[in-house]
Design a protein around this ligand. Sequence first.
Ligand code: NDP
Length: 268
Amino acid sequence: MRLEGKHAIVTGGGRGIGREIGRRFAAEGCRVLLADIDGERAEAAAAEIGTGGVHACTADVGLPEGVRHLFETARACFGGRLDILINNAGIAHHGAFLDLTLEDWERVLRNNLTSAFLCAQAAARIMAAQGGGRIVNIGSISGQRGSYGRTAYGVTKAGIHQMTRIMAVELGPRGIAVNAIAPGPIDTGITSMGPDQERRYLERIPLGRFGLAPDVAGAALFLASDEAGYLTGSVVNVDGGFDAAGLIFSYTELTTVKSDVRDPSRSD
Ligand code: NDP
């Protein structure tokens, strides 16, 4: 029961990674408020998790009024205490730079970055007044690497990582630790990848499989728990080694090149 007596908000908690974080936190004794733009989805997730301490809220956290409503609901559920914020809400977007419309750019920024800023600011005000708290922002490996079609999405995730560092510096003296998780490709059950794209991804993942929502939830639990008491300003990759393997070679190609370099006397 690593989060016994704690109170957490998880945005985008109606499905996927957010729902799994809610489930994991509840199993560790945490009271959780799952917020999602689709309120029925959040209600269903809370019902499925099935402990009395999980609540649901309909909120578009990309809008100030949605965030106001979320924090009013949190106050009603938790009596004013907030220990943990998981900034997880986000939308995917793929599209070539030259085709990217201003409308799409602004939509992705609002849902992925403005949402995290608004929620973190509201949470940090409560946490500063009560003497501390934990904020975990969900970024992405797309925020570390350049790659095709990720202008809007990648920029928002790079922004999440940088906001994490700056928040850690400014909020550390107030007892608030801020870290980010950068997931690699996570199979949340709704994948739009074709078999060829799946194969290409897998070739670049040293652990040889896609991540699963519990892989990310485990990292979020660690960062929210007392065990991570001296961590702040970190971006933790949960990616099976995808980032470490690099961009230039597929992992299969990389191992071949590595063994050639290590053993120059090879005759084959
Ligand atoms: P899902 O789409 O499965 O879940 C995200 C949930 O957040 C959805 O219910 C979504 O609703 C909701 N949401 C989106 N925008 C808002 C908003 N403005 N206010 C409230 N709720 C909102 O995504 P994942 O679980 O796969 O991803 C969760 C996070 O992890 C995201 O930030 C994503 O960028 C990040 N991530 C995911 C990876 C992956 O491979 N799955 C890899 C790297 C990072 P709706 O669907 O209606 O928009």
